[in-house]
Design a binder for this molecule. Structure first.
Ligand SMILES: Cc1ncc(COP(=O)(O)O)c(C=O)c1O
Length: 436
């Protein structure tokens, strides 16, 4: 078979052409199997998302029943389908402590972010502030692949090939304690990165800045865990300057941090939130953008005929994806996976810290919040990222899948993982560090 007929996402095709892809064939619980029959413990939940684990009959049966009744119909104009209405109801219920009142559905995280950015632009126009169109993102941020989402993202390597991107986008520093832009040691952190956001807003002029977007924990940037007070501080700055705050919760929601959302974990209330991934645990693709009642009211009172939001995906509110999300949320509730993720997260935290203590020369930093963890390797002579890629490859040979990001081994297992399985991950990582 010619593997070059399939162009893989974020894939070095020249490497795949020689080594061939690892074809995953089957999955159950926290494990996946390749076509050759090798079993892997999936310590990354696919791509940060298989929160309830693989092969759940309750999801598969619910989707199958819905497919027999109504596999799809348009949600444009006045149409809707029952699963998407029920999901919106459920999400608003789950997200009411975050202050959300209405949900718009799309297909993935990029579209959820793109939708949020467009809502912000139209919101300010409707309020008579067409000049308030700029966005502020952050260094190391990942928000997706579409040009708007990419413009507010801050991973240089992902952006360069596609420039020029949106104009009017600035980037604030990330709260990255061991790579502090201001060279402050964690022990003397004064949250200069948060104040830099304020400086950027002032520099651009608050009258021109529509929104600030932030992942509560920057996952794809290397699981960048902010100081506990950081998010509350940037939230306050946005409120002070009338800049909308978008929490990109594509990774951090649906139990990943032991809470429904990362915003709740850090005690903030955003203006908009974006979701995907764990919303269905990957059983079907779905994105969602939630807004506060205050934002919705401005659209409801829009002084024109026709749709209030000039935006819509063909598959917005897909009944099968909505059914998968409802069944997924039911599993999270019934099996109390938020509490479980918090408890297992404490264990993961203790184990990665133990590893850092055992290998002070090899490990620079180790941390976890809920079941989102990082083990950062010390700077290597052969260049950034090479050691982490080698460690991840060795772990894969030992049957554990992790994701290397620059020098960081990122960990994000399904929320159903046990202590014994966390031990398996850490034992494989330890063996890889020892060169075994
Ligand atoms: C925080 C965040 N936002 C948005 C996205 C984009 O999501 P998708 O790949 O589903 O388009 C991702 C993907 O990893 C993400 O991590």
């Amino acid at each position: 078979m010619n593997v070059l007929k399939r162009w893989g996402p974020y894939t070095q095709m020249s490497k795949v052409a020689t080594a061939g892809p690892v074809v995953i064939d089957k999955a159950e619980g926290v494990y996946v199997w390749d076509e050759a029959g090798h079993r892997y413990l999936d310590a990354h939940a696919g791509l940060w998302l298989s929160n309830i684990g693989y092969g759940r009959p309750e999801i598969i049966e619910a989707v199958s029943r819905q497919a027999q009744q109504l596999s799809w119909f348009s949600s444009f104009g006045g149409f809707a389908n029952r699963p998407s209405l029920m999901l919106a109801e459920k999400l608003v219920n789950v997200l009411s402590p975050d202050g959300m009142g209405t949900v718009f559905f799309s297909n993935d995280g990029s579209e959820a972010v793109e939708t949020a950015l467009k809502i912000c632009r139209q919101y300010w126009k409707l309020r008579g502030h067409a000049e308030k169109y700029k966005f502020i993102g952050r260094h190391y941020a990942y928000h997706g692949v579409t040009l708007g989402a990419l413009s507010v993202a801050g991973i240089t390597a992902n952006r360069q090939a596609f420039e020029p991107l949106l104009t009017g986008v600035r980037h604030a520093p990330a709260p990255y304690r061991n790579h502090c832009t201001f060279h402050a040691a964690a022990s003397v952190c004064t949250l200069a990165c948060a104040r830099e956001l304020e400086r950027l807003i002032q520099l651009e002029g608050p009258h021109s800045v529509a929104a600030f977007i932030a992942e509560p924990i920057q996952a794809a940037g290397g699981v960048i865990i902010p100081p506990p007070e950081y998010l509350a501080q940037v939230r306050d700055i946005c409120r002070q300057y009338d800049v909308l705050f978008i929490a990109d919760e594509v990774v951090t929601a649906f139990g990943r941090l032991g809470e429904w959302t990362g915003s709740r974990y850090y005690g903030i209330k955003p203006d908009l939130m974006t979701f995907a991934k764990g919303i269905t645990s990957g059983y079907l693709p779905l994105g969602a953008t939630a807004v506060t009642p205050e934002i919705m009211e401005v659209f409801m009172n829009a002084p024109h005929d026709g749709p209030e939001l000039r935006h819509g995906n063909t598959y917005s509110g897909h009944p099968l994806a909505a059914t998968a999300a409802l069944a997924n949320i039911a599993v999270i509730e019934e099996e109390q996976l938020l509490a479980r993720a918090a408890k297992m997260g404490e264990y993961l935290h203790a184990r990665v810290r133990q590893l850092a203590d055992e290998f002070p020369d090899l490990v620079d930093d180790a941390d976890a919040v809920g079941l989102l963890g990082r083990v950062e390797l010390s700077a290597q002579e052969d260049g950034r990222g090479k050691a982490a890629a080698r460690i991840a490859a060795r772990m894969q040979e030992q049957g554990v899948i992790v994701r290397p990001v620059e020098d960081v081994i990122t960990l994000s297992p399904p929320l159903i993982i046990s202590e014994e399985e966390i031990d398996m991950i850490l034992n494989a990582l330890r063996a890889a560090l020892l060169g075994e």
